[in-house]
Design a protein around this ligand. Sequence first.
Ligand SMILES: [Fe+2]
Length: 243
Amino acid sequence: MRLENFEEFLRYWGKHYQQQASHISMFKDGFGRKLMDKQRMLFAAYFYHIRGHFIDFLWYMGNNAPSCNYKEIILSNIADEFSPNGRSHELLFLDFSDAVGIDLRNEYIEQKYNLELIKNYNTNHLKWLSRHQWPACFAAFSAYERLDNIDYFNLLKLVKEFELPKKNYIFFSVHSQVQHFDVTFEEIKKLWPKNKTSIIDGFTFIGEHQLRIWKSLSNLIENKVGINSLITTSEESTETLGH
Ligand SMILES: [Fe+2]
């Protein structure tokens, strides 16, 4: 790895990340096809909280951004969540969860499926940011944006195996194609010469942290953790489907 060159570091980091991700059960071919309906619901419920609290990350970053340029990058990221001319990302995800058969319409308020381990995952992002200087924090943000394209490529492949009507995959396809990383890339290149170690720290933290939560999610689904507490879109489930 040539540390003097950010592009090479980035290529190495992305390749290493994808290699590690490919070993996780839920990213292997056929995983989605083998799941029972309630395991798909678990995926939707837990995924909602794994990705849905990124707003706290953005809020922290925006409040601590040292310049107008950085604040605008964060603000445009938040604006994209609302999709000014279309359905917000939140509503696109609810299209997916509805199609899977789980009612998450009040989940933002009720937090029924926000497991302790998912809460810790999200809190640990903020703790990490609070312990690091801006260049490392911005690198972590940039790494997270870079992973949108890698993670959602894997996630789209997984959910397509659910064989739902195409319109229910828009949430995943939008994220696999977003270009949020590009604007951060230009800033990181400027920071790189004087902040190599901090930038590597930020990318390494996000890569490892993300791989850990995907492994955990994969295990939760495989082991059907919480399956008895699922509320379906049609009725309250009273079925007993133990491990
Ligand atoms: Fe989004």
